[in-house]
Design a binder for this molecule. Structure first.
Ligand SMILES: Nc1nc2c(c(=O)[nH]1)N[C@@H](CN(C=O)c1ccc(C(=O)N[C@@H](CCC(=O)O)C(=O)O)cc1)CN2
Length: 298
């Protein structure tokens, strides 16, 4: 019988550790870690995610600063807000909830965030650092997937990992992290010929395509560990429900372990955001303290 990888349970463990770290951080530096959350527009799913992020931050002892902006916010206003947050010493992490309304330039905003405060890990400096194995802030969803994989499999060395999807937010950083963990990595995407030929060889299969239940049993090697990143809303018999990119009922019996949707990768994304906020806060405060000591010396 397959192991159901419980994202709620695992995220609770990550959040417990973050709460302990946040208390130690407060003892050491005399301030709480601070997370600024920027939400532009009225997307209902984004509102839920932001509400959950702020609730988890509060539970962990992280200060949150919410900036809720109307859908017609101008690029100039958003640029100025990000510049102000970059300069604010109480803010250690900044996240701009995606997707942004179509008139706003997503790349420009993500690049405007100070890389040291980029708790989503989307800034090109952090993307580059991840790809060359240097210290960086690691995107939350792939980071959560790696925690889950290590819990189930331990050492990932030598495993054949196949990532379905090549987005900047999930597919590409996921592949980079699996490579760093010494997996043999393939990326399958919309232009891949006969994708099942590759996915059927995968010891680890990560589905991140955003297509409801696209991955059926004919895509999966028996005994594989399957991580489903997709969160898709579908209408069934007049009711809305969430499903992943994997057809859970059909694929689960084949697998060694599999994440459900909901209750799999999603909660880990938010837990890793809190973890990144602590990491950013510690780096920034340590740096500022050593800067102050240097100023006293000279
Ligand atoms: N700036 C960012 N924007 C977006 C990110 C991101 O990492 N940074 N990822 C997604 C949305 N997202 C976080 O922001 C996110 C999505 C889903 C969940 C989650 O816990 N889902 C639950 C189900 C929730 C529900 O009932 O609707 C689950 O899977 O169990 C957390 C975070 C896009 N934007």
């Amino acid at each position: 019988m397959a192991i159901r990888i419980d994202g709620k349970l695992m995220s609770a463990q990550v959040l417990d550790d973050v709460a302990t770290d946040a208390a130690a951080f407060y003892q050491e530096f005399g301030i709480k870690p601070g997370l600024a959350v920027v939400l532009v527009g009225d997307d209902p799913a984004s509102q839920v995610y932001v509400r959950n992020k702020i609730a988890r931050a509060t539970e962990c002892g992280i200060n949150s600063f919410k900036h809720r902006l109307p859908a017609d916010t101008t690029q100039e206003y958003l640029d100025r807000l990000v510049a102000d947050l970059n300069a604010d010493p109480e803010v250690h992490g900044i996240l701009v909830q995606l997707p942004l309304p179509a008139h706003l330039d997503e790349e420009r905003i993500l690049t405007a965030i100070d890389p040291a405060k980029d708790v989503d890990g989307f800034h090109p400096v952090n993307v580059g650092a991840l790809n060359i194995g240097k210290e960086s802030l690691i995107p939350c969803t792939p980071q959560g997937c790696m925690i889950m994989l290590r819990k189930v499999l331990g050492d990932l060395s030598g495993k054949h990992a196949v990532v379905v999807g090549r987005s900047n937010i999930v597919g590409k950083p996921m592949a980079a992290l699996l490579l760093q963990a010494n997996c043999t990595v393939s990326i399958v995407h919309s232009r891949t010929n006969n994708p099942q030929l590759l996915t059927k060889q995968a010891d680890i299969l990560v589905a991140a395509v955003g297509k409801p239940e696209m991955i059926g049993p004919d895509w999966v090697k028996p005994g594989a560990v399957v991580i489903d990143v997709g969160i898709n809303t579908v209408e069934r018999a007049g009711q809305y429900k969430l499903v992943g990119d994997v057809h859970y009922a059909a694929v689960e019996p084949l697998t060694q372990a599999i994440t459900p949707v909901p209750g799999g990768v999603g909660p880990m994304t938010i837990a890793c955001l809190m973890k990144n906020t602590l990491t950013a806060a510690r780096r920034l405060e340590t740096q500022s303290r050593s800067g102050r000591q240097y100023a006293v010396m000279v």
